[in-house]
Write a protein that binds this ligand. Structure first.
Ligand code: ASP
Length: 716
């Protein structure tokens, strides 16, 4: 009997151990405390200070937030940076035209003077992070809900202001564990970041939407940039006088490759996860929010995709938009499947039952946690109702029919004129005029009209009456899709660039105020009114109440599991995920290997299929077995999978080996594991990385830009 019990205890321990070896996005300054021993047991050969150290150069000095939501890493002492192709995509697209189609043909600067500057692209280096929980909570004892929130806000503002050192740094304080802890993050932001190289989409996006979120995978998902600084090595706006930034640290690049079971670590900026959600949140996501958004995006992708296929200019204009719509659209589909397979809602319910039993046993249920669970029940019902409208507005109005963006600008100008805030109205007008050029560069009105014709009826049909302006309901009932365009869209001044520009530039206030009657402005205003007066506040209030309840629940979870290391949900800050190089079993009877090769690219090769049309040069290299130093067993390694817990934002993250050398660039996850943002399953959750040897092969042999390798520290 004793023996049996011990086996059970050991088994539980081992299971817990296995899970913790893979699940988790850990805080760099807490590695020593929570993770280092395990990392070293798994093969890691360095110290926690090699990863993060404020006093000496460490890996963190070579990792950046790239743009708004990706990761990038430095790979030379001349500011050379690698990230994903899909992260650099907006920049590559912005430089592309039918004449210089870098999306199709790729782009390679053959020296520094050919590198292309990018407006508004930044990279942020983390100077330091700090636990500021005590400072944030200072003076909050005994305050009621509202006063508490205000005090936390004002404390946070003071911390951020001090850390920013008058503009030298960009600082933010973020809550962890739903506000049980607060961390300060201080960044140095570089604003001159130039495009150095990008493979053609037929490499960088090989497999397209078909293969996205899938394994086996053969995508050469990388692009190269260079960070520039002023003569003092400090951030500066673009100037031809700027010089390549000299980082405190850059990653050596390993040619040694990966083997089954090797230790791997991903060091990047995961965006958002929600691993501790209550069951209601999981339920709403998989049964309402994901399906709604998928359905609306189905329509958008169908319309935009058909137009892109019909005209090369439209293909370039809409490439980046299409990519961002389809990326989440496909992920949500995988997420639903994964959550269903895991029976996630019932798992959460069981977990909550277990929690309840624990709380009952220690006498805290009635007083502390029952109110929390009651609050979940109440608030999630409200949330579900209003977030539905919010999702529709977001997909259709804010990020669907693009001409509504003019409506948004115009109606805010009208509001300022009405409110007699003439100066602000003027500034808004100037900003709206300035934004027109960029807007129309990537805009095709017939496409937008089709979106209007199809999406407005979906909005009217999908939402209950209280969320649909009566006029819209009427319009949709009266006119069919195309007629709707004629009677509403085309009647609006917003559908005429010249007139709109003239009005914004030279129109009198009176003329602008007349736009209140413009059919699109009017429609936008009505939807915006419902959103601003009802939908948004309800979602906000419910979310705030849920978060407040989550704070107590989270603290309870930690108390219940003393001794267990918890990782906070991702929040686009620097985290460490560690695991092993390994494949997985997607379904019974099938085993996936951990790597793919160029041979697989050639197997997929099919000029008839857009996603699988291998460039001639790559085909030629393969046929001649011209692999240079990058060939392994008669082919070239392309991608590999590992058990590192990653999410969006980790795109472009360095994947390093036990010695801290770069072996790959993280870019995706496997289909069966896309629910990992909500519930992680160590059996099938795998991140997908680009093998760095494929990058070197493409740069050197395919593109003939081998000069770039000279500035890298290549470990053979
Ligand atoms: N490919 C993913 C993305 O673009 C990265 C991930 O979520 O793992 O968001």
């Amino acid at each position: 009997m004793l023996c049996k019990n011990w086996t059970a205890v050991l088994l539980v321990f081992l299971l817990a151990f296995q899970v913790s070896a893979k699940e988790g996005m850990w805080i760099p300054i807490l590695l020593e405390k929570y993770n280092l021993a395990e990392m070293q047991e798994m093969g890691f050969k360095l110290t926690a200070q090699d990863i993060y150290d404020v006093n000496h150069a460490s890996m963190k000095d070579a990792v950046v937030i790239f743009g708004g939501g990706c990761t990038g890493e430095l790979i030379s002492d001349e500011g050379l940076l690698i990230t994903n192709h899909h992260c650099g995509y907006g920049a590559i697209q912005a430089h592309s035209s039918v004449e210089h189609d870098y999306l199709t043909n790729g782009f390679w600067a053959m020296n520094k003077s050919e590198e292309l500057p990018n407006q508004r692209l930044t990279v942020s280096f983390l100077e330091y992070m700090e636990d500021v929980s005590d400072k944030v909570m200072e003076g909050t004892e005994g305050l009621d809900e509202t006063a508490l929130r205000d005090k936390i806000r004002s404390n946070t503002q003071t911390i951020v202001k001090n850390a920013g050192q008058e503009g030298k740094f960009s600082a933010s304080v973020k809550p962890l564990f739903y506000g049980n802890q607060y961390f300060l993050y201080v960044y140095k932001v570089f604003r001159d970041v130039r495009l150095v190289g990008a493979p053609p989409s037929a490499i960088g996006k090989f497999g397209g939407d078909t293969d996205n979120w899938m394994w086996p995978r053969h995508t050469g998902d990388f692009s190269l940039f260079r960070v520039y600084a002023n003569k003092d090595n400090e951030p500066a706006d673009y100037s031809p006088d700027n010089v390549p930034y000299q980082p405190k640290k850059f990653f050596p690049v390993s040619m040694k490759g990966v083997q089954q079971g090797d230790f791997t670590m991903v060091f990047g900026n995961p965006g958002t996860t929600t691993e501790y959600w209550a069951h209601q949140a999981v339920d709403i996501t998989m049964n309402q929010r994901d399906p709604d958004r998928i359905m609306l995006r189905d329509k958008k992708l169908e319309i935009i995709g058909a137009d892109m296929e019909s005209d090369p200019a439209i293909r370039i204009q809409y490439a980046a938009k299409y990519q961002s719509i389809s990326n989440a659209w496909k992920k949500w589909q995988g997420e639903i499947k994964g959550l269903e397979r895991l029976d996630a809602v019932n798992k959460k319910l069981a977990y909550e039952q277990e929690f309840k039993a624990w709380a009952e046993q220690n006498g805290t249920w009635e007083s502390t946690y029952k109110p929390v669970f009651d609050e979940f029940e109440k608030q999630y019902e409200v949330y579900a109702k209003y977030v539905k409208a919010s999702d529709y507005y977001s997909e259709v109005v804010l990020r669907g029919v693009e001409v509504f963006r003019h409506a948004q600008a115009v109606s805010s100008i009208i509001n300022f004129i009405e409110g007699k805030q003439d100066e602000v109205a003027k500034v808004r007008r100037a900003a709206a005029v300035a934004g027109l050029e960029g807007f129309y560069k990537n805009f095709n009105q017939p496409t937008d009209e089709k979106l209007f014709a199809e999406l407005m009826p979906l909005l009217a049909a999908g939402l209950s009456d209280e969320f649909v302006p009566a006029e819209l309901k009427e319009m949709v009932q009266k006119y069919g899709g195309r007629e709707l365009v004629e009677k509403v869209y085309r009647k609006s001044v917003l559908s005429n660039r010249e007139k709109l520009e003239k009005l914004l530039r030279d129109g009198s206030d009176k003329q602008l105020l007349k736009l209140r009657k413009d059919p699109l402005v009017n429609l936008y205003k009505q939807i915006d009114y419902i959103n601003e007066t009802t939908v948004s506040p309800k979602v906000r209030e419910a979310s705030a109440a849920i978060d407040a309840a989550m704070k107590i629940y989270m603290a309870g979870l930690m108390e219940k599991n003393v001794g267990k290391a918890f990782y906070p949900d991702a929040n686009l800050t620097l985290r460490v995920a560690y695991g092993k190089v390994e494949g997985y079993e997607p379904v019974d009877g099938v085993e996936y290997k951990y790597y793919t090769t160029l041979t697989g690219i050639m197997e997929k090769d099919n000029p008839e299929i857009y996603d699988y049309d291998v460039p001639d040069r790559l085909r030629e290299l393969y046929e001649n077995k011209d692999f240079g130093a990058y060939g392994v067993d008669g082919t070239v390694p392309v991608c590999f999978t590992a058990s590192n817990h990653t999410t969006g934002g980790n795109s472009g993250s360095p994947v390093v080996n036990a010695n801290g050398e770069l072996i790959g660039v993280n870019f995706d996850r496997c289909w069966e594991g896309t629910m990992s943002d909500i519930m992680y399953d160590p059996k099938v959750c795998r991140n997908i990385s680009l093998d760095i040897r494929y990058v070197l092969f493409i740069v050197d042999k395919f593109a003939g830009a081998g000069y770039l390798l000279n500035e890298m520290d290549i470990v053979k």
